[in-house]
Ligand binder design. Structure first.
Ligand SMILES: Nc1nc2c(ncn2[C@@H]2O[C@H](COP(=O)(O)OP(=O)(O)OP(=O)(O)O)[C@@H](O)[C@H]2O)c(=O)[nH]1
Ligand SMILES: [Mg+2]
Length: 289
């Protein structure tokens, strides 16, 4: 049957109209599809990273090395941050101890990064300055503490002070991103990893969770009082930035921190005893696997 449309010619060659339309669609759509595929991959691909912070000697480096070597390797005090790239298969649950199930096979082909930071008070800025929520590449923060030293007042205070600082950095960034045109970002997932629960002085995670919330509240109260005495006004943003959570209360609770963009989970574990399924499960959930 003869076509009603006049024949088209491009550079002297006859071209049919349907083929021309299909070619134009392909030119427009292929780059759009490629861009979408690549950007969605980057959420769970190699650029996904966990930051590990926490006081010195809590086991941060041991955990990174354990994920790589599957054993407790001797460590030295860290003075610089170190990033390792790992396949998601390292997050498989250990079937030996409690018979839990493994991750699906296909997840083994992806990878993620873990950034270990030094815990010495003078070197903590390395962890705090590397938090950048706007890039979305940090998919979770692990705050590792030593569950067995919390009955020592100086170690406990040090552990909570560092946590307070870390939470404030996240809160501040969440607030500034919420004010931007892009709207509030997803809440930051924070795992408080209570390590060394193989030691007999270790406190259980529920007890640690409650002690931390109480002590964070006490620190917040002290800072609020200091600000009030120094005459900080309601609209003194610089000073209110130093108050964790809700400005109007002295309490700090994990539920309250959700409001300022932090989703806290507290779980015990032991690298020495290889009891790490809780932490690995949390990491897997951050990676959406
Ligand atoms: N008992 C016991 N000891 C552990 C465990 N995990 C780590 N350790 C020991 O704790 C000590 C400190 O571990 P590191 O991994 O170097 O601690 P860190 O947090 O990296 O310390 P900094 O680099 O100083 O911030 C080492 O002697 C580890 O062998 C555990 O689960 N149980
Ligand atoms: Mg270390």
């Amino acid at each position: 049957m003869a076509t009603l449309l006049p024949p088209l010619e491009i550079l002297g060659f006859p071209v049919s109209l349907p083929i021309l339309i299909l070619s134009l669609l392909a030119v427009v759509l292929i780059p759009v599809i490629l861009a979408r595929t690549l950007s969605s991959r980057s959420q769970s691909g190699p650029s996904s990273s966990f930051l590990i912070a926490g006081p010195r000697d809590s086991g941060k480096t041991s955990f990174c090395l354990y994920l790589q070597e599957k054993s407790l390797v001797a460590t030295q005090t860290s003075t610089v941050s170190a990033t390792v790239k790992l396949p998601t298969s390292v997050l498989e649950q250990s079937s030996s101890e409690d018979g839990e199930t493994s991750l699906p096979e296909e997840t083994g082909s992806h990878s993620f990064h873990v950034k270990d930071t030094p815990g010495h008070p003078k070197l903590r800025s390395q962890a705090l300055t590397s938090i950048n929520l706007s890039t979305k590449s940090c998919i979770g923060i692990i705050y590792m503490l030593d569950s067995a030293v919390l009955s020592s007042q100086p170690r406990f205070t040090d552990t909570v002070e560092y946590l307070y600082e870390l939470l404030l950095v996240i809160q501040k960034q969440y607030a500034s991103l919420s004010d931007s045109s892009t709207g509030p970002p997803d809440p930051t997932k924070l795992l408080i990893a209570c390590n060394k629960n193989d030691l007999f002085t270790a406190l259980p995670s529920a007890k640690i969770s409650s002690l931390l919330q109480t002590e964070l509240g006490r620190m917040k109260e002290t800072k609020r009082k200091g600000l009030l005495n120094a005459g900080a006004g309601e609209d003194d943003d610089e000073d209110l930035d130093r108050v964790l959570g809700d400005d109007n209360s002295n309490q700090v609770t994990w539920d309250g921190l959700r409001e300022v963009g932090i989703e806290v989970s507290v779980q015990s574990g032991s690298i020495k005893r290889r009891a790490l399924d809780g932490w690995k499960g949390w990491m897997s959930s951050c990676l959406d696997i």
